[in-house]
Design a protein around this ligand. Structure first.
Ligand code: HEM
Ligand code: HEM
Length: 307
């Protein structure tokens, strides 16, 4: 899970806790209501409900719809504005009636605007992340002058091809958002000593849905980068904790039902499965990695024994 979705959920839970404490306080002593009713309501609704929903939605919707949020920076701005707005409004409101006049009202309006703008940012990101992928506008072919980041934004399914050809640093989302946005495919191939014509052919085969004709096994990532990214698996090999799920189900499709059993059927509509390690997906789905590895390797052992 990325940083800000996680922070939204954590902040939401903290607000729920404080909101509940204030609710209980009001239940015990109803005379407190005038002072803390607004705080209770907004902690629970603007704090807990909206932030919790936003955090989960920022994690899930881009994966369901296979497109990033339209304005990733906006998630961060929303987080700060919503927290500042909420805490500021609550402090002034609970401070007494002073917020209804003079300088305090000006301040209250400022905090209210912060919270309002935050909700607007959320609307923008979550509404438009649900827009259908506009395939008509996608280029029909990937060419060498296109930027790596732009290609990955438009064709997330091309990521495994980059990984298999040694561009393993692209497993890191920050790399995809930063230098990948400014480096063209041609330049990247030159730097990594990859045959650009062959590489473009593989990329275009993937985006057109045709199988790759080349029988050459994918290049191994450089040794020092292997730890942070997953490993490819080849026929005859057993599965490791850091084996890439995408590679595993490509080489051994018989393992697919195991993932479906543990993670549900939505698993294969998630673009993440192609470049996440078996152990990462297990942690993500709260499944014991040893349990799933054991089941996978049992199936693989039977497969490998087959003549
Ligand atoms: C331990 C949990 C909670 C307790 C003990 C509690 C208690 C209360 C009390 C005593 C009031 C009445 C205040 C008054 O009008 O004087 C109230 C109002 C309210 N609470 Fe809670 N509450 C809890 C959780 C929540 C949650 C989780 C939400 C929303 C997600 C929520 C939303 C509201 C709202 C919207 C009102 C105003 C209702 C109205 O205007 O009639 N509360 N709560
Ligand atoms: C942009 C964020 C928000 C701002 C700036 C804001 C501001 C306000 C203000 C100024 C009041 C009147 C307070 C008073 O008269 O003492 C109010 C009341 C209320 N707001 Fe919000 N609000 C926001 C978001 C929300 C959300 C997201 C919900 C629910 C989902 C909500 C539910 C309520 C309720 C139920 C009341 C009535 C409180 C009562 O009966 O005492 N607000 N809000």
């Amino acid at each position: 899970m990325e940083n800000y979705p996680r922070l939204f959920i954590k902040a939401g839970l903290v607000y729920a806790l404080i909101g509940a404490i204030l609710g209980v306080a009001m239940a015990i002593d109803p005379s407190l209501s005038g002072r803390i009713r607004f705080v209770h309501i907004h902690l629970n609704l603007l704090g807990f409900m909206v932030m919790f929903v936003a955090g989960v939605a920022f994690h899930v919707l881009p994966r369901f719809n296979a497109r990033p949020v339209p304005w990733p920076e906006g998630v961060k701005y929303q987080f700060y504005l919503q927290n500042i707005g909420l805490v500021g409004m609550m402090a002034l409101h609970a401070g007494g009636v002073a917020w209804r006049g003079g300088i305090f009202q000006g301040l209250f309006v400022l905090f209210a605007v912060c919270a309002g703008v935050a909700v607007f940012f959320m609307f923008y990101n979550l509404y438009f992340v649900l827009s259908p992928a506009q395939s008509a506008e996608l280029p029909k072919e990937i060419t060498g002058d296109m930027k790596v980041g732009a290609v990955l934004d438009q064709f997330p399914q091309a990521l495994p091809v980059f990984m298999q050809n040694g561009f393993t640093s692209l497993a890191n989302p920050t790399a995809r958002k930063t230098f990948a946005k400014v480096v063209s495919i041609e330049k990247a191939c030159e730097k990594h000593d990859v045959d650009s014509a062959e590489f473009l052919r593989k990329l275009n085969a993937v985006i057109s849905g045709k199988p790759q004709a080349s029988a050459t096994p994918p290049a191994s990532p450089p040794a020092e980068e292997k730890k942070s990214t997953g490993k490819e698996i080849y026929k005859g090999e057993m599965c490791q904790a850091d084996t890439l799920v995408g590679s595993l189900i490509k080489i051994y499709p018989v393992t697919k039902p195991i993932f479906e059993k543990h993670y549900g059927e939505g698993c294969f509509s998630c673009p993440g499965q192609a470049f996440e390690q078996v152990q990462e997906t297990a942690h993500m789905h709260n499944v014991d990695p040893d349990l799933i590895l054991g089941e996978i390797n049992q199936v693989l052992a039977a497969e490998i024994k087959k003549p």
